[in-house]
Design a protein around this ligand. Structure first.
Ligand SMILES: Cc1cc2nc3c(=O)[nH]c(=O)nc-3n(C[C@H](O)[C@H](O)[C@H](O)COP(=O)(O)OP(=O)(O)OC[C@H]3O[C@@H](n4cnc5c(N)ncnc54)[C@H](O)[C@@H]3O)c2cc1C
Ligand code: FES
Length: 278
């Protein structure tokens, strides 16, 4: 049975950077030596609202990348969309604010043992963990192609420095305000064939992940996806984050995406049953 990430610790961590990038905030948080334990795909759960807050639930955010040798010791970067009360509170914190953080949580993306061709697909802030992942894959000798998509330009997160680790980056917006007009899933089938892709890594809204899985089903391509189920506790206690997952015999069970995920083998998820009570 899966358990909480064994490296997870609850720490008080100082916010050392908070920069607005388009519709997002790039937060840099000093986390010390635990940065060594963070892997692409892991997430953090942050307490929001201050000590007397009525917002009792922690909020989950993907770790975008870590730096182990910055002048602040180990740091991690988060990309946060300020949309509800908790994320708005977090984005309003200034440098020097001390945050209550549980890090690292969840599963990580699997890294191929051999250099292979990989495709990274991100939707909205789902691109956040993909740039750190691209750096690891690039260092492994993989060819890394990336597709990013969103409804509109302001929701694309594609920092200049992140592009160094990718061989190509194409952007798709549904209103055509940046990159090509269309959905990020449109070119995947032909790219898989043209570039001989072995693994697709994805992170973004559940319908996007389901659509990618439909494309990879019946092929030899492995689909590793970081799912975005709503999480209340983030540590395996409350069961709000369960997803229907098939075992090898095809039997379905509800797995907790906060500890059995967020990174999952897309071919094992029963996408048509997500959101249904079994
Ligand atoms: C693994 C993971 C990675 C994420 N990464 C990012 C990221 O990199 N950047 C980013 O901007 N966002 C990310 N999110 C989304 C982010 O967690 C939410 O946007 C955030 O929780 C919103 O909080 P809020 O207070 O702003 O919004 P609100 O909508 O005001 O509040 C959301 C609150 O409701 C709770 N909730 C929602 N649905 C349920 C439910 N069904 N049952 C019980 N409680 C529920 C949540 O736990 C949370 O406490 C991620 C989510 C997950 C699960
Ligand atoms: S979020 Fe509580 S069990 Fe997963």
């Amino acid at each position: 049975m899966a358990t909480i990430n064994k490296a997870a610790v609850q720490i008080r961590a100082t916010l050392v950077g908070n920069k607005r990038v388009g519709q997002y905030h790039q937060l840099i948080i000093s986390i010390g030596e635990i940065a060594n334990q963070c892997r692409p795909g892991n997430f953090v759960a942050i307490s929001v609202g201050g000590e007397s807050s009525r917002m009792v639930l922690r909020r989950a955010f993907a770790i975008s990348r870590v730096s182990e040798s910055s002048s602040f010791g180990g740091t991690m970067e988060l990309i946060v969309a300020p949309h509800g009360s908790g994320s708005k509170w977090l984005c309003a914190q200034g440098e020097g604010a001390v945050l209550d953080v549980v890090v690292p949580l969840g599963t990580a993306f699997g890294i191929p043992t051999e250099p292979v061709q990989v495709l990274l697909v991100g939707g909205g802030y789902g691109s956040a963990p993909l740039f750190g992942l691209a750096e690891v894959l690039h260092a492994r000798g993989c060819r890394v192609d990336m597709l990013l998509g969103a409804s509109t330009a302001g929701k694309i997160y594609a920092p200049m420095e992140g592009k160094r680790a990718v061989n190509s980056l194409r952007i798709f917006t549904e209103d055509g305000s940046m990159g090509q007009l269309g959905r990020v899933t449109d070119p995947i089938k032909s790219l898989i064939e043209d570039l001989d892709i072995a693994v697709v890594y994805s992170c973004g809204p559940m319908p996007m992940l389901a659509a990618i899985n439909e494309i990879t089903t019946g092929t030899d391509v492995i689909h590793q996806c970081a799912v975005e189920e709503s999480m209340a506790c983030g540590i395996g206690i409350c069961m709000t984050c369960v997803l229907p997952v098939k075992d090898e015999a095809g039997n379905l069970s509800m797995l907790r995406s906060c500890i059995d995920g967020p990174v999952m083998d897309g071919s094992t998820v029963a996408w048509e049953k997500v959101g249904q009570v079994l």
